[in-house]
Design a protein around this ligand. Structure first.
Ligand code: GLN
Length: 486
């Protein structure tokens, strides 16, 4: 899609302003129902589009992504733009700087149409924990779009943006991609700068792209990846080749491993069927499929739900009513300054944070406390190392690992809100990649019938550290074969 639009821009068949207007109109039309956006940047988008048109008029060459409308998850900072992370505590926060990914994309001339809705501080799997609104799944508006980057996935699926950025700490790009029938990539830990991403759990967080096709995702990914002096966990990698150049359609001889632990009883039988059919398609493309074992992946969910809240409790300590955003202080003129300060902290956090965020802060404070640190946090770190080792062993025998992205298709609003543990189970196949730091992509592999609706099913490929090119090549080859078949 991006390539086609680029060709039309360069040929003068469309203008960047025309394109921006078209997407802003789509937003106006669809938003009352979908609610994917927290902020729409109409003027800013038209302004960036105008600059691209001027470049074209001067006969300059433009980047493949220049003038192409996209959306950014609302936990990624953009200068001068309200950035809430889906929380009331940042309701009035205007970011004073661009996240590195935003800076890089702006330098390519992209057009940003808005900031997308998300679960509060990226904690959730449905957007139901957003302090502002629930985003609806464009495929079936009675159902959730997935989360936490549900706004970004829905915006692309609803045709309100060509591409978008999300963040993935335990599946927040891949799960909504699967639910909305789009493609989403969680890069290798350290491949994309986190500078300017409002932190959830820093050792797990990564920013990544959504798109309607694998190629679109590769194009955006090429433009955000790379080492950044502002994020010490990033590494220089790759050979300068753009990721879209790896999409040859040829995956003959690719060794695909299928972890037997991922086919447990939680898996919906129809999702299982779609997954097995996808494996047949991979075989027909010349790949080999073998069963493998990731023995510690059965501990991934408990390990994630110990380590993630621990990091959350530490990261979210900065939201205290003094440094950022909301500040509730009714006792400004109180003589007792210390107690006034404490009240400010407590009231701000009590009113500013939602239930899920508070739950995780409490859990994390507990697991990090002196008496329980060894029993929970330290133990979980040890199991995390074993989970990583599972991947090292597996990748001696296979090139990529394939599984369903989620155990079931998009669920209905309210279905899991009363039972956080059921909600957490949505992440059962995705958290492992974050714990191990490996890259993983979700892409549409089929549909299941649900009262007259065709709900998308996502397949997940996980790859070796810094080997996104193989994931993208395999998913793209699959997608081409699907296009041939339909
Ligand atoms: N759904 C998961 C959670 O609630 C994943 C969140 C994420 O990846 N940001 O923690």
């Amino acid at each position: 899609m991006i390539r086609d639009l680029h060709t039309k821009l360069v040929a003068g068949e469309v203008t960047a302003v025309g394109l921006a207007e078209r997407y802003l109109q789509a937003i106006e039309k669809r938003e009352p129902e979908i609610r994917a956006f927290l902020t729409v940047l109409g003027e800013e988008a038209l302004h960036s589009a105008k600059l691209v048109d001027e470049q074209l008029k001067r006969g300059e060459t433009i980047d493949l992504l220049a003038g192409i409308p996209g959306a950014i998850k609302d936990n990624i900072c953009m200068t001068g733009v309200r950035t809430t992370a889906g929380s009331k505590i940042l309701d009035n926060y205007i970011a004073p700087y661009d996240a590195t990914v935003v800076k890089k994309l702006k330098a390519k001339g992209v057009v940003i149409v808005g900031k997308t809705n998300m679960d509060e501080f990226a904690m959730g799997s449905s957007t139901e924990s957003s302090a502002y609104q629930k985003t609806r799944n464009p495929i079936d508006t009675e159902r959730v779009p997935g989360g936490s980057s549900g706004g970004s996935a829905a915006a692309v699926a609803a045709g309100e943006a060509v591409w978008s950025l999300g963040s993935d700490t335990g599946g927040s790009i891949r799960q909504p991609a699967a639910f909305c029938g789009v493609v989403g990539l969680k890069p290798t830990y350290g491949r994309v700068s986190r500078s300017g991403l409002i932190a959830m759990a820093s050792s797990l967080d990564q920013i990544g792209p959504f798109g309607m096709s694998v190629e679109d995702v590769a194009i955006v990914f090429s433009r955000i990846a790379g080492a950044d002096p502002l994020d010490a966990t990033t590494a220089e990698s790759g050979n300068g080749k753009l990721f879209e150049e790896y999409l040859t359609g040829d995956i003959r001889g690719l060794r695909i491993g299928v972890p037997k632990e991922y086919f447990s009883e939680q898996l919906d039988s129809r999702v299982r069927k779609a997954t097995l059919a996808a494996l047949e398609r991979f075989k027909s493309l010349g790949a080999t499929v073998t069963e493998i074992s990731l023995p510690h992946s059965t501990s991934a969910l408990p390990v994630y739900y110990i380590l993630m809240p621990s990091e959350v409790s530490s990261n979210l300590a900065r939201f205290d009513g003094i440094k950022y955003g909301l500040s509730i202080n009714d006792q400004k003129d109180s003589a007792e300054e210390t107690s006034a300060l404490l009240e400010t902290y407590l009231d701000t956090r009590r009113h500013g944070f939602g239930r899920e965020v508070k739950r995780r802060i409490m859990l994390g404070t507990y697991t990090l406390s002196a008496g329980y640190y060894d029993a929970y946090y330290k133990k979980a770190q040890k199991v995390r190392a074993l989970i990583r080792q599972d991947f090292e062993t597996a990748f001696q025998a296979v090139d990529v690992i394939f599984s369903p992205t989620t155990p079931e298709a998009a669920f209905r609003f309210g279905e899991k809100t009363d039972d956080p543990l059921r909600m957490y189970l949505s992440d059962i196949y995705t958290v492992t990649a974050n714990l191990a730091g490996v890259p993983a992509i979700s892409f549409p592999i089929g549909h299941i019938e649900e009262v007259g609706k065709q709900l998308p099913v996502g397949g997940q490929l996980m790859g070796k550290w810094f080997d996104e090119e193989t994931l993208l090549r395999a998913a793209d080859a699959f997608e081409r074969r699907s296009a041939d078949a339909s």
